[in-house]
Write a protein that binds this ligand. Sequence first.
Ligand code: BGP
Length: 467
Amino acid sequence: MIKSFPKDFLWGGAVAANQCEGAYNEDGKGLSIQDVTPKGMIAPMTEKPTEDNLKLVGIDFYHRYKEDIKLFAEMGFKVFRLSIAWTRIFPNGDDAFPNEAGLKFYDDVFDECHKYGIEPLVTISHYETPLNLAKKYNGWADRRTIGFFENYVRTIFNRYKGKVKYWLTFNEINSIIHIPLLGGIVKENPTKQELYQAVHHELVASAMATKIAHEIMPEAKVGCMVIAVPIYPLTPNPDDMIATLDADRSNMLFTDVHVRGKYPAYAERFFRENGIEIKTEPGDEEILKNTVDFISFSYYMSACQTSDPEKLKVKGNIMGGIKNPYLKESQWGWQIDPKGLRYVLNTMYDRYEKPLFIVENGLGAKDVLTDDGKGSKTVNDDYRIEYLNDHLVQIGEALEDGVEIMGYTTWGCIDLVSASTAQMSKRYGFIYVDRNDDGSGTLTRYKKKSFYWYKEVIKTNGKSLKD
Ligand code: BGP
């Protein structure tokens, strides 16, 4: 039996500007690193935007947001997670003044959400570092980026106070140690010293944003956002257990600083043994004390850890990891582990006793569009329904365990361009968007079977889920 979800549980879906908006150069928008990475986040950057970059058009959310938000409202969304493209507000990142047309766009989007009683949940920086900051300053590797970010957050907090209550600072802030470009670092093969210096700058910027948010919007709730990947020891060998502890800490470092307001004790040894000396400035220690109100995370998969360096690497979210023989995997090789979500919710809550918010979860799959028998088209995506149902059942278990959970936003509630592979064919949505990997398609929206399924889940506040 599923425990009933809290009355005010925030059901919804999530997207990111660079993966759905398109309109990459309209109304004064500047270029971000996403506009020059046509093959996904790990591929090399191009000189300038190229036609094969599906993100330049995305799913044209920029012009179709009213239609899309109406569909979200039809499903009964209580919350919609989206990101603000920094380069719509400050086209070069280091501009003195913001771009009014960009500010106005998000005003309109938030108003549209409120029209249906949908609360926006806004990611301030979702892999969208302005290209100019990446090229001129090497992104977050340069301390000056904190100042540019401060201008940006002050501007958006002042503008959207009263319209946006829930904020996330950096999407998957721990991703930078796996893919430096996600922190705007364009210099090839950065050293650990450079990487963790950039991490420090982001952590300071995140705490500073939290401080400013609380000053400008006392009612605001600010969260950090990390990739949550529960890590299991591959064998009971104590060496594997220690390797697991270390791997886990490389992620926990980020939530530890955000929640406890200081670096954890184990960081000192890690820095020392890796020759890392973080350069700090007076005031950093104080700033870091501005801790978050809640912890949010993406959850797609778990991984195993071993002390044996020869073991195979599994494909997956930017985290990688070792294959678990007990789990099935998605068409893109991501290991499917609903119980891992219960595990991660419990371990995070045990550690921090802070409210948790699952802001990304979902199945990237190839969908087949078929006639719905009523003159339109649909996708019979039972595999997606099963995936989401099984994860939500485990959220129910975690609630039963006593974990405080604010809400759940599925990733890519409407099909969008994949972050890792830049494909359209890796679809996550309840809503199918007619666009193909070669860029063809009408951009028409169709409701999938999962659309009606999720609507029922929300309507019954989880009671329609199947154990
Ligand atoms: C997360 C990102 C998202 C999203 C998701 C799915 O890492 O925060 O932006 O894209 O993963 O990944 P992908 O699009 O590569 O399938």
